[in-house]
Design a protein around this ligand. Structure first.
Ligand SMILES: *[C@@H]1O[C@H](CO)[C@@H](O)[C@H](O)[C@H]1NC(C)=O
Ligand SMILES: *[C@@H]1O[C@H](CO)[C@@H](O)[C@H](O)[C@H]1NC(C)=O
Ligand SMILES: *[C@@H]1O[C@H](CO)[C@@H](O)[C@H](O)[C@H]1NC(C)=O
Ligand SMILES: *[C@@H]1O[C@H](CO)[C@@H](O)[C@H](O)[C@H]1NC(C)=O
Length: 467
């Protein structure tokens, strides 16, 4: 048993140690005459095909201000090196080798729109070389690329960032870039980003022949399509905006006496304008609400607009006063009549058949006529002037009449005062009603404005919520 085991161990040792000399011999035979500058093709007039692919690991940052995109990407380049082929049975079964890229020819593929300090941000990893000559080079790197960022629809924006790769010196007749995967970049290892949602990463091969030169120029362009996650902005920007605008609306439903109307108001971009105008209108409402008769008269146009037509349109009513088209017409007729009546005598003066104007005392009436045909109820005017006793009939009649005039004057003074107080109360109530009408009108207009603006802005965005 023991010699058998020893022999096996020796065999294993020999086979292990055999790998070393074989690989060394192989490397020597491969690289001794190898020139890293030589394009490794069998026929020089044929292009060398390089399969190019890309694995997106992570979007590190989207720098809107500097228009930069920073990503963690693994490139993948695959080509066949005519000079790196061997028969593995000649070299102890060594099928593949890992060789540092500076010892080999490798395609000088670079990212054209790089904004990196070192321009090429890749880490130079080993190239895996197989015995049939195929080379696989997968350099990882942090890529800083330029990207045209359009924030017209912020925060509902999509960004398309291009990454253009191509050979820096070889043209399409010498080095032909081919997409490894027609679908584009490999996203299977992608680490999701908190701010951006990755829509896709298509790739496209472009072959351009410029007017100057006959040879084609080949590049492979990958487009990173990302969409901003709006949930954060929805809760931190849009919801407060909507809330503030609705607060501005609620202000119009508050009674002016509560005094809080003016304290409502906070300021955000588009809502700023609305809030500002709502504050201005609230000031107007408060001004109307606190107007009194001795300082302000109500102009006719305000009466027509705020006490008749607007309340009618807004279907508002005042206690004891119905507002319809008919009542508006009627009140206008009444006003005309009133104006006419004002020029005529007062009722009391009419009843007593005396002049309203007391600046000159009227001549004593014909005494014989007044005492002549007196009878209760025959004539109200006459019975009112009837003397109380028969003794007064003669000489006392003149003084009675003067007293009556004094009473009439007092009465007129009192009724004038009462009338004035009534009118003032009515005017104040009119102003208050006008304020209420303006408030209601603003509530309608601003509600309409807010709904239309909110809906229009949200609907015109290309997409609203991405999660
Ligand atoms: C090289 O390729 C060209 C074009 O494909 C062909 O015409 C030529 O015969 C090839 N030469 C050899 C030595 O194979
Ligand atoms: C590799 O070498 C072995 C023996 O040396 C030979 O039999 C075989 O045909 C060779 N294979 C190729 C592909 O040349
Ligand atoms: C070389 O060999 C590998 C694996 O053995 C294979 O996948 C590849 O297609 C081969 N390449 C060529 C050009 O034959
Ligand atoms: C009173 O009126 C009568 C008839 O209307 C008239 O004849 C008489 O002269 C009048 N008397 C006085 C004092 O004016």
């Amino acid at each position: 048993m023991a010699p058998m085991l020893a022999a096996l161990a020796l065999l294993a040792l020999i086979s292990v140690s055999e790998q070393g000399p074989h690989e060394k011999r192989l490397l020597n035979s491969l690289l001794n005459s190898y020139n890293t500058l030589e394009r490794p093709v069998a026929n020089e007039s044929e292009p060398l095909e390089v399969k190019f692919g890309l694995t997106l690991q992570q979007i590190i940052d989207v720098d809107e201000k500097n228009q930069l995109l920073i990503t963690n990407i693994w490139l993948s380049l695959e080509w066949n090196d005519y000079n790196l082929r061997w028969n593995d049975s000649d070299y102890g079964g060594v099928k593949d080798l890992r060789i540092t890229p500076n010892k080999l020819w490798k395609p000088d593929v670079l990212m054209y729109n790089s904004a990196d300090e070192g321009f090429d941000g890749t880490y130079q990893t080993n190239v895996v070389v197989r015995n049939n000559g195929s080379c696989l080079y997968v350099p990882p790197g942090i890529f800083k690329s330029t990207c045209k960022i359009d924030i017209t629809w912020f925060p509902f924006d999509d960004q398309h960032c291009d990454m253009k790769f191509g050979s820096w010196t070889y043209d399409g007749n010498q080095l032909d870039l081919v997409l490894k995967d027609e679908a584009g970049g490999d996203l299977s290892d992608f680490i999701t980003n908190g701010e951006w949602y990755l829509i896709g990463m298509p790739g496209k091969k472009n072959t351009i022949t410029y007017a100057c030169c006959p040879e084609p120029y080949v590049d492979v362009t990958f487009t990173i399509m990302i969409r901003r996650r709006t949930l954060y902005y929805f809760f931190n920007l849009i919801v407060p905006c909507v809330l503030i605008s609705s607060m501005a609306l609620l202000g119009f439903t508050l009674p002016p006496d509560s005094g809080e109307k003016l304290t409502l108001g906070t300021y955000f971009n588009c809502i700023m304008f609305m809030v500002a105008s709502s504050v201005v209108l609230t000031v107007v409402v408060l001004n109307y609400h606190h107007r009194t008769a001795d300082i302000h008269e109500m102009p006719q146009w305000i009466k027509t607009v705020f006490l008749q037509w607007l309340p009618w349109i807004l279907r508002m009513s005042r206690p004891g006063k119905k507002i319809t088209r008919k009542t508006i017409m009627m009140s206008n007729r009444m006003r005309e009549l009133e104006l006419k009546e004002r020029s005529s005598k007062s009722l009391l003066a009419n009843v007593l058949d005396i002049d309203d104007d007391f600046r000159h005392v009227p001549p004593p009436p014909n005494s014989t006529a007044s005492t002549g045909n007196l009878g209760p109820g025959t004539d109200f005017r006459r019975s009112f002037v009837r003397p109380s006793t028969m003794e007064d009939v003669g000489g006392g009649l003149g003084s009675h009449h003067r007293e009556l005039h004094l009473i009439l004057r007092e009465l007129q003074f009192i009724t004038a005062r009462m009338k004035k107080a009534d009118e003032e109360a009515e005017l104040i109530s009119d102003w208050k009603f006008a304020a209420m009408v303006v408030d209601r009108f603003c509530l309608f207009v601003f509600t309409l404005f807010t709904i239309i603006a909110t809906v229009a802005v949200l609907l015109s965005a290309p997409h609203i919520i991405v999660q």
